[in-house]
Design a protein around this ligand. Structure first.
Ligand SMILES: [Fe+2]
Length: 283
């Protein structure tokens, strides 16, 4: 096994690792350590089934079931812990997975919950070439480089994280549309999180649409959030995953934002996805 850092502050690759072979405890420790340091890590050329995907995912903690999707079904009834991300439709014209082929804007997964998942894992079964890239932004680096006036403005503030729309902007089942962000349903989290052990600070943003800074006038909240988002998603803080079949990607959900580019609807993209339960300290 070999670990390779990207040239950015985040991102890395593990080489010479076959997830179908037994991984010993020393290797598991090294893999987890690398993921925690690099925040998003790619393992290429894997051929694994859903059981193996779950087994590998469990190295990082307990599996957290997927969010309710707009169709209200389990995409894989035999593996309800696995989500399917796909634009493919079955013979009856029903989507076999979530998110379609459009762009998914910057977000972290399920931060509208009190305890959102702490790791996300995506395994690519079928992907179109050179499109549908996934970008990640490092929220440690974004906070570190935030101008002092913005640091002061968000100090001690809380953000409402919208629970009613998914990252493709679709309304989830059981929710109604609304326009006043003060009425946004979802968890309230500090905009800046501090790690309880190393005291490192990072931005914790979730999603831009329908977000609201508690206690602020709507227009002030909108302006501040636009500024923060513009800063946090600059190229200098990002790393991009260009998908190939057999790629397995692990990321630290609460330390990053991620987004997906749109891709050609005529192509097929199928990914299986797990996530790991978080805890109430948001670490
Ligand atoms: Fe996501």
């Amino acid at each position: 096994m070999k670990f390779k850092n990207s040239k950015s502050s985040l991102g890395g690759k593990i080489l010479n690792l076959d997830l179908n072979k037994k991984i010993n405890s020393k290797e598991i420790y090294a893999i987890k350590n690398f993921v925690n340091q690099r925040l998003v890590v790619l393992i290429r050329n894997q051929v694994i089934d859903d059981y193996k995907l779950k087994e590998f995912s469990r190295l990082f903690g307990d599996l957290d079931p997927p969010a309710a999707n707009p169709y209200g079904v389990n995409f894989l009834p035999e593996h309800p812990e696995i989500n399917v991300i796909s634009n493919v439709k079955n013979d009856d014209g029903i989507p076999i997975g979530n998110l379609g082929d459009g762009e998914a804007t910057w977000h972290a997964d399920m931060t509208y919950l009190e305890t959102p998942p702490k790791y996300g894992i995506l395994y690519a079964l079928e992907v179109p070439k050179n499109q549908g890239n996934t970008h990640f932004a490092d929220m440690h680096a974004a906070y570190k480089n935030l101008p002092n006036n913005l640091k002061n403005k968000i100090d001690g503030k809380f953000l409402i994280h919208d629970s009613s729309h998914n990252s493709a902007g679709m309304l989830r089942k059981g929710y109604e549309e609304f326009s006043d962000p003060r009425k946004t349903p979802g968890a309230r989290h500090p905009i800046v999180l501090t790690h309880p052990e190393n005291n490192k600070k990072r931005l914790f943003l979730g999603r831009r649409p329908y977000a609201y800074v508690l206690g602020m006038k709507i227009e002030d909240s909108e302006k501040l959030l636009d500024e923060i988002w513009k800063h946090a998603t600059q190229n200098q803080f990002t790393w991009t995953q260009k998908w190939e079949k057999g790629d397995l990607l692990i990321w630290k959900n609460l330390y990053l934002l991620h987004k997906r580019d749109a891709f050609d609807p005529q192509t097929r993209r199928i990914m299986h996805r797990t996530q790991i339960k978080g805890d109430n300290k948001l670490v």
